[in-house]
Write a protein that binds this ligand. Structure first.
Ligand SMILES: Nc1ncnc2c1ncn2[C@@H]1O[C@H](COP(=O)(O)OP(=O)(O)O)[C@@H](O)[C@H]1O
Ligand SMILES: O=C(OP(=O)(O)O)[C@H](O)COP(=O)(O)O
Length: 400
């Protein structure tokens, strides 16, 4: 991987600043609604603490002005429950109080500092060397003997706590970062045939993944579903009906044209739904493509499509999933997600990317996948052959 890991760090007695991504869905009352991302970091944090580190944890929650923009006190309490060590909470990030909290740490102790995005610089993007000159990095770097980046899900953000420290402190990848890069940067080494199931509502992202993996010869088959599948259906010349079409164009005005270009070039590899499911008087109604258009939006793929896609996974070497096949949040339209993702887990090797995709697996109780990424945008960036600012700066630091 060419990046230092915790195997290269002498932890005992050192003060380690670690950036994690515990950005999580919150309940209406503002408490943690899902702790999957906190659980993902347990091994890294326990390792640092078991090895005698004094651990200052940096993290963000939500975005300024957003509904999920919150303090990290709940996160600290949950981490204390999950870890073998208590995690203190400090309601400051780089002030004198925060620096004092770090300096009070003893071997095997941790403190979670306040939401990095409470400070305006953190929600800006900088080249790494400029990020190193921000107040957050300038104030905290001198307190640290080492910096660990375990925040894979935020690795596509060139923000101070993500890219600023490696210019100032010896830096290392945490175990989440290490594992995510090992899996998502080496798709070409996975078993064939490779089957990509691209669904969900982020049609532009799905189209980017499809174009990238087809152009790079990584995909043997692409199974389209969700709103993405509706776009490919429309691109194939089917009148999907005004409700579905307007939902597509509201999301991405060029989606149908882009899908048509991919069908023209790679049509033999791209499967579009044979049928869909719509809501009729609150119930699920199956509609064959031949019977389209209808005056209701397609909210899931239909049973014929589910059976056909499940068959494809029977002989798949690798299954890569991004985007649920239907509105899984509603029972009537969770069938496609449950059956198609359930079949995908039977592939020789299986990878899941995307925040809502991972949430659908937890909600529907589907497991058995070899890798469920903690990232959405970051995972997509790697799946489309892109680079991650957090990784580039760790690599540059190791080569310096
Ligand atoms: N046919 C559909 N119409 C509208 N929304 C859909 C449809 N199929 C799936 N979705 C929605 O897609 C969302 C997740 O898609 P997306 O954000 O692309 O996934 P991820 O976060 O994993 O990348 C879910 O909230 C789901 O309700
Ligand atoms: O949830 C995240 O990204 P994702 O929605 O792409 O998975 C990361 O925590 C980054 O958060 P951001 O998208 O507010 O920068």
């Amino acid at each position: 991987m060419g990046i230092p890991t915790l195997d290269d760090l002498a932890v005992d007695g050192t003060t380690v600043g670690i950036r994690v991504d515990i950005n999580s869905p919150l309940s209406d009352s503002g408490t943690l609604a899902d702790d999957a991302r906190l659980r993902a970091h347990v091994d890294t944090l326990n390792e640092l603490l078991d090895r005698g580190g004094r651990v200052a944890i940096l993290a963000h929650q939500g975005r300024p002005g957003g509904d999920e923009f919150a303090r990290l006190e709940d996160h600290a309490a949950r981490l204390s429950d999950l870890l073998d060590h208590p995690v203190e909470y400090c309601d400051a990030t780089f002030s004198a109080d925060a620096r004092a909290a770090i300096n009070l740490l003893e071997d095997g102790q941790a403190v979670l500092l306040e939401n990095t995005r409470f400070y305006s610089e953190e929600y800006m993007e900088f080249p790494a060397e400029k990020a190193a000159e921000t107040f957050l990095v300038e104030r905290l770097a001198p307190e640290l003997d080492a910096y660990v980046n375990d925040a894979f899900a935020a690795a596509h953000r060139s923000q101070p706590s993500i890219v600023g420290f490696p210019c100032r402190v010896d830096s290392y990848a945490g175990r989440v970062m290490e594992r995510e890069l090992d899996v998502l940067s080496n798709i070409e080494e996975t078993p064939t045939p490779r089957v990509y199931a691209l669904g969900g509502a982020k049609i532009a992202d799905a189209l980017d993944v499809a174009e990238s993996v087809l152009d790079r010869g990584l995909a043997d088959t692409i199974l389209t579903s969700g709103m993405t599948g509706n776009a490919f259906l429309a691109a194939s010349g089917v009148d999907v009906g005004e409700p579905s079409e307007s939902a597509i164009l509201d999301r991405d005005a060029t989606a149908i044209d882009q899908a048509a270009e991919l069908l023209d070039e790679y049509g033999e590899k791209i499967h579009v739904p044979d049928d869909v499911a719509v809501s009729r008087d609150g119930d699920r109604e199956e509609v064959d493509v031949a019977d389209l258009p209808v005056d209701a939006p397609a909210l899931d793929v239909g049973e014929a499509t589910i059976a056909a896609y499940a068959d494809v996974f029977e002989t798949a070497g690798t299954a890569i999933l991004n985007g649920p096949p239907g509105v899984f949040e509603e029972d009537a339209f969770a069938l496609g997600t449950r059956e198609i993702f359930g079949a995908a887990a039977s592939a020789e090797y299986s990878i899941v990317g995307g925040g809502d995709t991972a949430a659908s697996l937890r909600q529907l109780g589907i497991d058995g996948f070899d890798h469920v990424s903690t990232g959405g945008g970051a995972a997509l960036r790697l799946l489309t052959g892109g680079t991650l600012p957090a990784v580039e700066v760790l690599r540059q630091d190791s080569e310096a």
